[in-house]
Ligand binder design. Sequence first.
Ligand SMILES: CC(C)(COP(=O)(O)OP(=O)(O)OC[C@H]1O[C@@H](n2cnc3c(N)ncnc32)[C@H](O)[C@@H]1OP(=O)(O)O)[C@@H](O)C(=O)NCCC(=O)NCCS
Length: 165
Amino acid sequence: MKITRLTINDLDKILELQNIIEKNLPNKNLFFTNDRFYFENILKQNSNLFVGIYDSDELISYSLLILNTNSYKRFFKELELTPSLKSADFDIVVVKPSHRGKGIHSIYINYFHEVLKQIDYNEVYATVHPDNNHSLDNFIKNGYEVVSKIEKRNGKSRLFIKKKL
Ligand SMILES: CC(C)(COP(=O)(O)OP(=O)(O)OC[C@H]1O[C@@H](n2cnc3c(N)ncnc32)[C@H](O)[C@@H]1OP(=O)(O)O)[C@@H](O)C(=O)NCCC(=O)NCCS
């Protein structure tokens, strides 16, 4: 399974896969989608690690690591926490339903951890819906701990999780 760095040329395939993921969700609160503009911006910034896996010419999975704590800023504020200056955000992971159960999520987790250690990062954060058992199990299995549960109205609560590297 080869992890490839995604570029602007993959944008349509990213959106296509996100559509499939969204249609297959048992509960739409488990995963929040992003628009074209968000992905476009991410792909233009070299500092983020946006990677995917192709099966022939089909994108079957992607994952995004953001190399600063911008996406979780409001959680830190809400929880009155100060992240390390060397902390990253595990922002997105999706695997096409036809390719699930093969450990792809853990492959990304380990890949990102290795990259982060090489650049001396010491923390990585993520958020997961408390009922997203498959995702949560993978993070816990790979050493993440729950920092806090953030309650939102409309079923949008999230577990804020962290791993020290
Ligand atoms: C969460 C997710 C990324 C896990 O990816 P994955 O690489 O399939 O993870 P795993 O291989 O560890 O499989 C997890 C579990 O999925 C289940 N699974 C196995 N095959 C499956 C299939 N064909 N379809 C659905 N689930 C399956 C199994 O219970 C497996 O657990 P097990 O290995 O203990 O049997 C994936 O389910 C997904 O894309 N979900 C929708 C998007 C999402 O929720 N992303 C995370 C947001 S925080």
